[in-house]
Design a protein around this ligand. Structure first.
Ligand code: 13P
Length: 255
């Protein structure tokens, strides 16, 4: 079956509201006629409201980059699913390796967040991926199996296909060292098979994205891979023209 590709720009901690407004006005005309690809910008919390307002009625969805698993509570500095839903945010990136590595986010919390996001009507992008050490030690599949199984642990079987899974090898993030097409395809197909093992048939529906040094020069090759249904783009998503070029490559590589 054909899966509609998703190209999501993870801005990380970049762009003030004023910068985000300038960016989105540059992006919208460039993607206005792009059929057959879902496009999302994952913005800092502070820019969410402005971006939701500026993209209403367009083909660009707005995602958050994280959320807390509780609906409310004494969690200084955190934001909950109901708070995102109130803003009309479409989805949320969960378990990004920067959250896991720099902010000590545990597998158990990520698993809870995936369930809570779905229950709230937010579309989760669950991030998984190995370190360079793990790859060199032949531990890539073990790591992916652990992160996918744990991340999806609480998701009811019939909702598994609503979670997009982003394979982001940590050694490729922000390094310019993109995975080879063989590496990306092998890992994406392995992730898909893991979903199939949880619920037969859903592997054909679930979106598996690749992330890590995607840019307009390498996107076409990656996005044409059989098991890669889109990209989670960091640095190259910060420029509207290069992000639009990647989204165009996804449209062209689909099917
Ligand atoms: P880069 O595209 O900058 O390597 O970042 C990838 C990423 O972490 C997206 O979530």
């Amino acid at each position: 079956m054909s899966r509609t590709p998703l190209v999501a720009g993870n801005w990380k901690m970049y762009k003030t509201v004023a910068e985000a407004e300038r960016y989105i006005q540059a992006l919208l005309p460039r993607v206005a006629s792009l059929e057959g690809v879902e496009i999302a910008v994952c913005t800092p919390f502070t820019a969410l409201q402005a971006m939701v307002d500026s993209t209403r009625g367009t083909r660009v969805g707005v995602y958050a980059q994280n959320m807390h698993e509780a609906a409310e509570g004494a969690f200084t500095g955190e934001v909950s699913a109901p708070m995102l839903v109130e803003l009309d945010v479409a989805g949320v990136v969960l378990g990004h390796s920067e959250r896991r590595q720099l902010f000590g986010e545990a597998d158990r919390a990520v698993a809870q967040k995936v369930l809570v996001a779905l229950q709230a009507g937010l579309r989760p992008i669950l991030c998984v991926g190995e370190t360079e050490e793990e790859r060199l030690a032949g531990d890539t599949e073990r790591k992916l199996r652990h992160q996918v199984q744990e991340g999806l642990e609480h998701v009811p079987q019939e909702r598994l296909s609503e979670v997009a899974i982003a394979y982001e090898p940590i050694w490729a993030i922000g390094t310019g060292r993109v995975a080879t097409p063989e590496q990306a395809q092998e890992a994406a197909s392995f992730v898909r098979a893991l979903v199939g093992a949880l619920h037969k048939g859903l592997d054909e529906q679930v979106k598996v994205l690749y992330g890590g040094s995607v840019n307009p020069g390498n996107a076409a090759e990656l996005l044409a891979l059989a098991d890669v249904d889109g990209a989670l783009v960091g640095g190259a998503s910060l420029d509207a023209e290069s992000f639009a070029a990647i989204a165009t490559a996804a449209r062209d590589g689909a099917g």
